[in-house]
Structure formats: C-alpha cells, structure tokens
Design a protein around this ligand. Sequence first.
Ligand code: DOR
Length: 441
Amino acid sequence: MTATGSVLITNVRPYGDGEPVDVAVVDGEITEIGSGLTAPDGAETVDGRGGVLLPGFVDLHTHLREPGREDTETVESGSRAAARGGYTAVFAMANTAPVADNSSITDLVWRLGQEVGLVDVHPVGAVTVGLAGEQLAEMGMMASGAAKVRLFSDDGKCVHDPVIMKRALEYSTGLGVLISQHSEDPRLTEGAVAHDGPTAARLGLAGWPRAAEESIVVRDALLARDAGARVHIAHASTEGTVELLRWARSQGIDVTAEVTPHHLLLDDSRLETYDGVNRVNPPLREERDKLALRQALADGIVDCVATDHAPHASQEKCCEFSQARPGMLGLETAVSIVVETMLRTGLLDWRGVARVMSERPAEIVGLDDQGRPIAVGEPANLTIIDPDSSWTVSSDDLASKSANTPYETMTLPGTVEATFLRGRVTARRAAGSPSEVEGWL
Ligand code: DOR
C-alpha cells in the first residue's frame, strides 16, 4: 500500500477535456499540472501521446481464483490483467477454495496483492460460512484484520434465506461494511443455463427467469430499508431490476448497483452457437434489457461498471453448453466495451466514464485514495486511454491465465496506454500503433 513513485506524464488530456497538459507526480502524489513541465528529480517521463487521462479504475467484482484454482488465475496474473485494463484497485471475490470466509484467507489475499504491487487487491469476505447460506461468517474479524475487509458477498451464490440476509444486513450496519448480493432465487434457477426467453426455448436450454433476480432485488431493498442498512446489487441484468432500483431510490432506500460490460454489449442472440464461452450468471438477456441497463448507467440508477472477471480453464468452457462453467473474462476489455456501448452512443462522456469506472465504485466502498479528482495534492492513481485507437482481442495476448473471453477476434475501440499506481507505472503499452506493435513494456 505504501510503495510510491515519481513520474512526469506528458501530453495528456484529463477527462478528455481541452488541450494536452503535463502532470508531474512526486512520491505518489500529483504535484503540478501544466505545460512544459520538467521531470521531477530522477523520475522517468511517460509520453501520453495526446491520450485521455482518467483516474485509475476500481472494480468491485473480480474473481482472482487464489487460493485454490491457480491454474486459471492468480493474484499476480489477475493483477497484471487489471493494470493492463486501466485498474488501480480490484475487489477479489470470496468464492475461492478454501472460501474467503475467515481472516486467514482474506489477509492472505491482501498480502499477496501487496507483494505483487500492481493494483490494490481488496479481498471480499464471504457473508456465510463456506458460501452455504446457513451461518454468518466472522465478518467482524475479517473487517478488523490486516485486509480491513469492507465488502462482503457470497457471489456465485445468493444469500437466499431472508432471515440470514436480514441478520447480515443488520450486522453490516454496525460494522460499517457493505454487502453485495448475487441476486438469484435458487428455486427459480434450478438447472437453468440461459436467459428464460424465446432463444433458450428454441435452443432447448433451461431458462433462468428475470424474476429470479428481481424478486431478490426487491426483497433485499425492503430488508435494507427496515435494517437502516445499505445493500449493493451485483451484476444487475434485467430491465425490471432497473425499475426496482429506481423505485427503491425513490423511497430513499440506500441501494447501489453495478452492471457488467458483457451485459452492456451482449445479448442472448449469442447463444445460437452453443459455445460455452457465452454461459454466464446472470445470463445474457435480451436486447431490451441491454438497452435499459445502458440508459440506467447513464442516468445513475445503476451506479457503476464492475467486470465480474471470471476466469475458467478451457476444459470447463469448451464443452457442452449446459456443462460449461458460468463466467467470462472482463478486466482487459472493460473500458473498450464501455467506450463502445456508452461513449460512442453518446450516453456518457469521458467524465461519465470516470464516474462509473472509478469515482462511484470507490465511493460505494469508501476507498479514500481511489477515484479521486485529477488535481494537485491527490494520489496519482491514473490511467491513459487512447480514444482513437482500436485493438483486436486475442486471448493469447491477454495477461489472464485463462482464455474465456467472449470478445475473441472482435475489434474494440479505445486502448489502455499506461496505468499508474501511486505514481508507479504498472502497465505500459509498447510505442506504436497496437496493430503494428503487440505487447507491453
Ligand atoms: O458467471 C459467473 N461466474 N457468475 C458468478 O456469479 C460467479 C462467477 C464465477 O465465480 O465463475
């Protein structure tokens, strides 16, 4: 958490506004913004080549798979993927093996993240022991450990018992922590592998109805209201969830929500090929859900983008659709998908991108050193995006140990040029057009 760097970043446009400027950073803090600046003593210079400078992204929903499935991702490989995606902080989900339901595991993940040092890795603690949904985990111990866990989730599974969820919300309020709910009524999704709609019916795939998500969203909003608690909705995926979030806000209920890049870009028309890479929870929905989610993100009804980066081994994805593990890679493609779906459509400008990918997620979990303004005296957690460049996704070139990207061979707009964690360069694309020069320094 403490290692800092000094650097001169030249020729960048903060938030994409105005003429290019230089940004000087000393010991992890922005000391000057202007033109013709000289490099601080001993500092390297990074040429931003006219790119857009944004606060480093914060991901509230990442699966790093360590401990337990280091064959698919590690804290190190996931941190590298995050830095290349423009991230400076990620929250690592608790569905590891063993489950992160105690402070030995959460502190281990925290320490691994610190050792790697490419991104702040904040472990998420499980809400219930073993994600079994029956007994509350020692949330207080995890919150007071070295990792200072501030976000709890059984993600991958829903905390479906209303009594357990009610207690968890009451407990979270006292601890000043936040619960992120994977909203899925398990009775309504038994055997389900795809969105319950005409496409799944035609393809003979068992359907996951919207109501399975929406019934938990509204239930938890009511439980949060009565507990005077906050609740966060992970990977919102339906038009109805957007309406329920709007209603909950209108009632003054403290509910926040995230949407994944894949739910902004893709829909269930992708299932035609039966390719397991498209299986994900919640499932890819219909066109109208996708459009409602984009509008909700623009309006602030959905607060932020979170990747749900979910690495899986090839044998777990290259198999019969109904046998494929749910989940998609997301860290290295997220900003490009946001550029494609939100910026190019005019729904957000670059300030809006900074809001949904950095500022709001940092606020939601109370990180005081991330998602900060680009201003003198602020921590230099930053990323540079080339808005005019594009790249063709190839899983071979990704830093992730897994290859389950749904965007393979797609050409996407916007490239991350460099990322800085407290002034240290954590990712830097090699000079030259990405189509000419593949690779990172
Ligand atoms: O698709 C998903 N994959 N959704 C989840 O909620 C869990 C995740 C995983 O861990 O693979």
